[in-house]
Design a binder for this molecule. Structure first.
Ligand code: SAH
Length: 233
């Protein structure tokens, strides 16, 4: 799968993708990431990407022309199964279901906003999706693009070693229980500062362990994320 990122800060992406799961996916040839500098599609001496909002308002907006030119140069024709994703605080909220959905795209192109945002015509006429990573305002779309790419990359076959390790996780429909949080997990030592791991996990009784995990996942979800519990429980 190919990821494109359009940004005024290409250097932002130098660190995070050099490590861990995403780096492994790149090394294995399962995914590639290409970062494009939005200023390469400006034509004035100052390489200006922003301008003042019509109607008078605070701050500056990213102008439409360089963004449209960039996307139309990267994809003169939209490849089948490719999507343009605008990162925006006003977008549809990103979740694991959307990560799964994106993981079956052939290619994703992320537009990172800055300043007070992006001329709305980009959302209206260029982007297929307007996506928010949560109800808070970031200073740019770069961190949001990293969050989305990281969560999509680890779902691609061959990136995380065992596909069970992405199926049995928080929010997954195939998890210990549909769409709930993952259960608590423990590793050695079995006794750390007098805090013992639940005895059942040491029992070797797989059926009892399975039941304990299901119930622990449910309890943790009820405590921390009651919004994820089915309405009838
Ligand atoms: N004025 C806008 C916020 C602009 S923040 C508003 O009030 O809605 C500048 C840029 O940061 C946005 O264009 C977007 O690309 C990015 N951004 C901010 N919050 C985000 C969020 N929650 N999810 C995804 N991108 C976000």
């Amino acid at each position: 799968m190919k990821f494109h990122i359009l940004t005024i800060f290409p250097e932002f992406f130098e660190g995070p993708f050099r490590h861990g799961v995403v780096a492994r996916g790149v090394a294995a040839g399962v995914l590639s990431i290409q970062v494009h500098n939005l200023r390469d599609w400006t034509h004035d001496r100052h390489k200006s990407v922003d301008d003042r909002p019509f109607g008078g308002a605070e701050g500056m907006l990213l102008k439409p022309e360089p963004i449209f030119s960039a996307v139309e140069t990267i994809w003169p024709e939209r490849p089948a199964g490719a999507k343009v994703v605008l990162l925006s605080a006003q977008g549809r909220k990103f979740d694991q279901r959307t990560a799964r959905e994106f993981s079956s795209a052939s290619s994703l192109l992320f537009i990172c906003g800055r300043y007070e945002g992006v001329d709305e015509r980009v959302a209206e006429h260029l982007a297929d999706e307007e996506i928010s990573i949560g109800d808070y305002v970031l200073s740019g779309g770069e961190l949001a693009a990293m969050v989305v790419i990281d969560s999509v990359a680890r779902l691609l076959p061959g990136v995380v070693g065992n596909s069970d390790s992405t199926a049995f996780e928080s929010f997954e429909a195939t998890g210990h229980e549909e769409g709930l949080l993952d259960c608590p997990q423990y590793t050695r030592p079995a006794d750390f500062r007098g805090w013992r791991v639940p005895e059942v996990l040491l029992s070797g009784n797989h059926e009892e362990i399975r039941k304990w995990r299901k119930s622990a996942a449910r309890h943790k979800t009820a405590r921390l994320r009651p919004d994820l519990l089915p309405a009838d429980s």
